[in-house]
Design a protein around this ligand. Structure first.
Ligand SMILES: [Fe+2]
Length: 446
């Protein structure tokens, strides 16, 4: 009885503390948003200054207020207005981020140049900062609507039945208010162009509102069902999939044609798949050691794990390959930098190797909340497992890529070696608008 009352009191304190934190979060963001609006307004002559100031401040407060609200909202029922508000407020948050970066640069320039005869006034620098931020966000918004196919070639001595064996790796679709049928349709079209043997999805298939946030479930089901792979589509849950308790979630995945293998093992004649459920799910994660106890290690053992923090455990258990998502590679600068600090370079995105275990971390096939990608892309990773020996661990997979393979925690390998259309089956990735992008990384951009 005594314990129950203490627990009740603790819960009440926790709730109060969370509410206070939300207000602090909103207060800080609102202050920053108002400062940003003020700097924009002051770049205009009067009386336009007042009109612009009021208009931008209203949009700014809506932007930061709505983004705070979406993270703590409890009713996730879809509404078209909510969907639009998520996009508009997300765009503002991205704008504010870049406006502050641009203001920093412009103010420094002004500091150095303002004594130079003929130097522009401070307001001109403020205007330049706002225009630069707008252009960056416009570029990021354009970029968030494209999906790239990233080819990766891995060699594995254990591959005995069918090779090369093509796995299409998707992650972090975040189907919900911002992502629906159109983005998924484009994704499915490109997935099918890869002609995969197997498709895997490493979590966050749904956004944090679960199926409640999906506008048209039947449409999404029919689009996802179009994904074709001879050995099927397998997935695991991510942290967002179960954020809202949703009894319909498994029925929904099943209607989408996805076999969910959380805490389960699935195998075909070529590979063994081990599904680990989202790392943030309370108490729902079975140890990898117990899952691997009876698996057939003659075939490549592939672990699907939402969070790359599971790579170390997978390596200790002797998995051949781990496929992850979760990080979104930071989605847009400067989050890209923070994500790399938190997860290491190849732990945040790309191909890595830890011991005998290879890892591939996806930047996500969809995006979360802010409809902007800068420095990252929505991606479909097309992995060709090829027969090969030598390299790390003799029996484990070895990655062939020009940048070299580094430790998953502190390495610097980027995803991908361009392998072009599948060597054994010419035309696998054929499309009229296919062209090669050779800027830095060798990718196929469809
Ligand atoms: Fe995610």
């Amino acid at each position: 009885m005594k314990y129950a009352s203490v627990a009740k009191r603790l819960k009440a304190y926790q709730k109060r503390w969370q509410t206070t934190l939300r207000w602090i979060e909103f207060g800080g963001a609102a202050a920053a948003a108002l400062y940003s609006s003020l700097r924009i307004a002051r770049a205009f002559p009067r009386p336009a200054e007042t009109v612009v100031g009021v208009a931008v401040s209203v949009y700014a407060l809506f932007g930061v207020g709505f983004q705070t609200y979406t993270r703590h909202r409890e009713d996730h029922t879809f509404h078209p207005l909510y969907s639009r508000a998520v996009v508009l407020s997300g765009l503002y948050v991205a704008f504010m981020t870049y406006h502050f970066c641009a203001l920093l640069v412009c103010d420094l320039l002004y500091l150095f140049l303002h004594r130079v005869p003929g130097a522009p006034p401070r307001d001109a620098f403020s205007m330049a900062a706002a225009v630069a931020a707008l252009l960056i966000v416009a570029h990021g918004y354009r970029r968030v609507h494209r999906i790239r196919i990233i080819p990766v070639r891995l060699r594995c001595a254990k591959l005995n039945r069918r090779f090369p064996y093509r796995i299409v790796h998707l992650s972090d679709l975040h189907i919900g208010a911002a992502i629906s049928g159109k983005h998924l349709g484009e994704m499915v079209r490109k997935v099918n162009l890869c002609h995969p043997d197997l498709i895997v999805i490493t979590g966050d298939i749904l956004n944090h509102g679960g199926t409640y946030e999906v506008q048209d479930q039947e449409e999404v089901e029919s689009v996802l069902k179009e994904m074709q792979a001879c050995d099927g589509v397998y997935g695991v849950l991510g942290n967002h999939d179960t954020e809202t308790p949703d009894p319909n979630i498994h029925q929904f995945f099943s209607k989408c044609g996805i076999h969910m293998i959380d805490n389960q093992v699935a195998e075909n004649d070529t590979v063994t798949l081990i599904g680990r459920t989202g790392i943030l799910l309370s108490g729902g994660r079975v140890s990898l050691q117990s899952l691997m106890e009876h698996v057939n290690r003659e075939k490549p053992v592939i672990v699907l794990d939402h969070d790359p923090k599971g790579i170390r455990e997978a390596s200790q258990c002797g998995a051949d390959l781990v496929l992850c998502g979760h990080t979104h590679a930071g989605q847009f600068f400067p989050c890209t930098v923070f994500t790399q600090i938190l997860y290491g370079k190849t732990g945040s995105h790309g191909v890595g190797q830890l011991g005998k275990t290879m890892s591939v971390v996806s930047a996500g096939t969809g995006y979360f909340q802010t409809p902007v990608r800068i420095g990252t892309d929505n991606e479909i990773i097309c992995i060709d497992l090829e027969k090969g020996s030598g390299g790390a661990g003799k029996d484990g997979p070895e990655c062939e890529q020009p940048h070299g393979v580094q430790d998953a925690e502190d390495g610097d390998a980027d995803i991908g070696e361009y392998s072009g259309p599948h060597s054994g089956e010419a035309g696998r990735a054929e499309d009229k608008d296919q062209h090669l992008d050779r800027e830095g990384k060798d990718n196929i951009l469809l």
